[in-house]
Design a binder for this molecule. Structure first.
Ligand code: PLP
Ligand SMILES: N[C@@H](CCOP(=O)(O)O)C(=O)O
Length: 527
């Protein structure tokens, strides 16, 4: 079994308790709990109104689910969150903090910010309370808890009014047992799981962060705050832009996306176009787009939606909490995540660590960040023993959404990995494409980024670092249907210097019985 990760981490600081507090008896009236279900009454079809009328009008006809939730809501929450410098200031102003209603992305020293929660207030309730509350909301449509993100609202953006939330009922993604991949291709692994964050509204995990960010923008733009924010913008390798465009379109907020020309898939490109965003195709790479959007958002009233903005990570961290929940609050041994701009690895850590600190679980898993060898600044940094970070010009990779050489969240990633006794692995193009193909041959339809994570798993199994019985979760970050060209090239054996050993090209056959029989007999005889 894997060694459980250290339980006291340097990051405990991130979850500051302002006073030492032991969980006390709790008063449920402080929380916005889901309305208690009315006692069920069996109704026979002949009783009163017809059965169809009785089931049709669940609330007054003129009321929508948002209004229904507002009517049923309890007293306001006492939880709060704010921005603080990341990592916590050692030589800066210890009191530096900002309201989430401020438009601020950087600390006064130019460093990153992080969303901090009032952990004292949350810790007034025992872990069992939070587990029960979150479990009670899964799979419901009660606004806004039908979303996997907002079902954990108190841990995400506790102060936002539910009326301001922009949600497409994201999250609650499938976590499935990859039985055959583990058994047949990973030396009899019997506890291998894939968290399908890409089976989602816009086909990637970015939806989780974008619902949080666009909701906050919606709050800022509307009365009483009425901030002059004219639009929301991002640089993107294709997934952030898709999520931003969809959530902005749902809220009626203008979206502006900066895309590196010819470096994202067609399926990703059409998403913001279809959602009505302003799409700028720039003749540079992602890092170049990122530099530009930072300059532009400093000049124009455009709110920055990249994960440099720590609001995003509050939504993304719920995927980690969901994994714990899906395992009935048992902690897996390993979680493997593909990394590019490196916000997500930190978001996962934050979700796990918050649950540990608040007593929902007693430890955190070991994290593995997997990078494409052609875009591997974190891997090189890790291999240097965290002594020498060099940004680089990322090379072309089939895992195009992580073709990033100067990751914004490098410092966040290092904290997450150090605190979880984490590992960084890399995958060559052949390794990631073979891993993707093998996963597909066992029933998945993985994106190349998931292939990077799977290739890292293959290596860590070969090295004996991940054991046969270790409960391991591979985070699948996007839907394979967004990256079909790479699969077409692979199965066509049309990739230079790649064997494409698992290619399964279609067989051209004459349309007559004899020819078809010949082919099938050869196939069935294993020739
Ligand atoms: C599909 C996919 N996987 C993984 C990542 C990596 O996430 P992060 O940038 O947070 O490291 C991204 C974006 O960068 C992505 O779009
Ligand atoms: N893969 C991302 C890259 C940008 O990441 P972000 O999380 O910082 O917005 C994308 O799809 O654009």
């Amino acid at each position: 079994m894997a060694t459980p990760a250290a339980t006291t981490s340097s990051l405990s600081l991130l979850f500051t308790h302002h006073h030492s507090s032991t969980p006390q008896r709790f008063d449920r009236s402080h929380l916005r709990l889901p309305p208690r279900a009315a006692p069920r009454r069996t109704r026979c079809a002949t009783e009163g109104a017809s059965a169809s009328t009785a089931t049709k009008h669940r609330r007054p006809a003129e009321e929508n689910i948002r209004e229904e939730a507002a009517r049923l809501r309890g007293p306001a929450t006492t939880f709060s969150a704010w921005y603080e410098p990341f990592p916590p200031a050692s030589d800066g102003d210890p009191n530096e903090r900002y309201s989430l209603d401020e438009v601020v992305y950087r600390s006064t020293s130019g460093g990153l910010l992080d969303v901090r929660h009032d952990m004292d207030a949350l810790a007034r309730f025992p872990g069992s309370y939070w587990r029960d509350l979150f479990d009670s909301r899964v799979g419901r449509t009660t606004w806004p808890y039908g979303s996997g993100v907002w079902s954990k609202k108190e841990f995400v953006l506790p102060e936002i009014d539910s009326d301001h939330i922009v949600s497409l009922f994201e999250g609650n993604s499938n976590l499935f047992w990859a039985e055959r991949l583990g058994r047949e291709h990973l030396g009899g692994m019997n506890d291998l799981w894939v968290k399908q964050c890409g089976i989602s509204h816009t086909g990637s995990f970015k939806d989780l962060g974008m619902t949080a960010l666009v909701s906050q923008v919606n709050r800022l733009r509307r009365a009483p705050l009425s901030r002059p924010i004219n639009g929301v913008g991002c640089a993107s390798t294709g997934d952030t832009s898709a999520a931003l465009s969809a959530y902005c379109a749902a809220a009626g907020i203008p979206a502006i996306v900066f895309l590196p020309a010819d470096r994202i898939s067609l399926q990703q490109l059409i998403q913001p176009i279809a959602n009505g965003a302003t799409v700028l195709s720039l003749d540079t790479d992602f890092d170049g787009c990122m530099r530009l959007i930072r300059e532009v958002t400093a000049e124009l009233p455009i709110y920055l939606a990249n994960s440099l903005n720590s609001l995003r990570l509050e939504g993304q961290k719920t995927a980690a909490i969901e994994i714990l929940q899906q395992f009935n609050w048992q902690v897996p041994d390993w979680v493997i995540i593909p990394g590019g701009n490196l916000g997500n690895i930190y978001a996962f850590y934050k979700g796990f660590e918050m649950c540990r600190v608040l007593g929902l679980v007693d430890r955190v898993p070991r994290l593995v960040c997997a990078q494409a060898a052609n875009a591997n600044p974190l891997y090189r940094y890790y291999k240097s023993g965290w002594t020498d970070f060099q940004s680089l010009v990322a090379g072309t990779t089939f895992a195009s959404a992580i073709q990033i050489g100067d990751p914004v969240s490098i410092d966040r990633a290092v904290v997450a990995l150090k605190a979880t006794d984490g590992i960084v692995e890399e995958a060559t193009e052949e390794e990631l494409m073979d891993a993707t193909a093998l996963a597909d041959l066992t029933g998945m339809f993985a994106c190349p980024h998931t292939g990077v994570a799977l290739a890292a798993l293959f290596k860590l199994r070969d090295q004996g670092i991940i054991g046969t019985n270790d409960r391991t979760v591979v985070v699948s970050t996007a839907h394979g249907l967004k990256f079909t060209q790479s699969k077409i090239d692979y199965h066509d054996k049309n990739i230079k210097d790649m064997l494409c050993q698992y290619a399964n090209p279609p067989i051209s056959v004459k349309p007559d019985f004899g020819s078809v029989m010949d082919v099938l007999q050869k196939k069935l005889n294993g020739c």
